[in-house]
Design a binder for this molecule. Sequence first.
Ligand code: SR1
Ligand code: MG
Length: 403
Amino acid sequence: MTTFTEKYFTMTEAEAVDYTKTRLSIFPADAELTCEEIGDGNLNYVFRIRDQKGGQSIIIKQAGPVARISDEFKVSPDRNRIESDILRLQGKLAEGFVPKVYHYDPIMNCCVMEDLSDFDILRTAFLKKRTFPKFADHISTFLVNTLLATSDLVLNHKEKKELVKSFINPELCEITEDLVYTEPFYPCPRNEVFDGTRAFVEEEIWNDKALALETAKLKFDFMTNAQSLLHGDLHTGSIFVTETETKVIDPEFAFYGPAGYDIGNVIANLLFAYVNGRHTLIDEAEREQFCGYILETIEQTIDLFKEKFISAYKREVTEQVASYEGFLDYYLQRIIEDTAAVCGLELCRRVIGLAKVKDVTEIKEPGSRAEAEIFCLKVGKTLILNRQQYSNGQDFIKTIVES
Ligand code: SR1
Ligand code: MG
């Protein structure tokens, strides 16, 4: 039997049990361990190890050398170090909002963390039309605490540059540069366009030079604006919820980039839940209730982010020039503009590009799916082109209800 200390390999369920017995001292010696591989994401293997006797469980997340979604993507297993480091950091900055990390193994490229089996994935819960009244409050706290405290506004600039260095994440960033900022906006062979949506994409997206230019500017901003330490992939599949708690998982795309990237992803994925509700709920009252909740959550997330950011800025900022009159307004407005632009990019890329979301693909009736996709593209395009016109939650809602 391997000792798991010499050579990296991707584990089977049985090997994950052996790994737990050999390398971890979490369970009692007489534990009856079972394992289930429960990963449903695009990249990694996720093993749930449970002691059938005591009931205790943990998660082992292992990075493979290629993405699960396609072996075209060669992704360094070192992303697992990035993930465990940032989870530890976010655990300090936003206590209670991420799972606890128990162990990181640089040979097997895996980390061991708290099992959140009492929680549900937010995307799945939204597909069942469940609502979470505290979500906007929770996620806005997480965003402010992680994005402000890791920026040059608060951190000593040399310390911040050390963090930039340690979270350099070229391969995962390349995936985002390609899949979010580039491929959806030209007829790239890797795109997967739904038949009913193709004509709209060809005419309104691929044929629009002004849109192409804005996506180019935004791509360069993503690659060069090392503003805050981002989660980097904050969609509703990266968020676990209960009625009372919210936990953010899967930060393997973490790197220093524009703060609006994380906020824009949250808003776009709320919008996917909204279009799913619009096109799958037949009962009008139920539809208005669920979609109304999503719109309210979008508005609150942006406005609470602003409110909490302003208070924290006044309390925590250390940079001298950040106290100059007008700087806070300038800085925050830039974040909201980036939020609008990234929300637009995410809306377009999940419709046109390779990595789809169930909220859209599970709209079974082809006409409804095309309508839902075209709505996302219209809103997305408006947000990208007119991003300077967005400064609060209501501005976003106006575009959504008028599209
Ligand atoms: C090859 S990975 C495809 C997508 O899945 C991840 O969750 C990211 O969103 C990435 O763009
Ligand atoms: Mg993920």
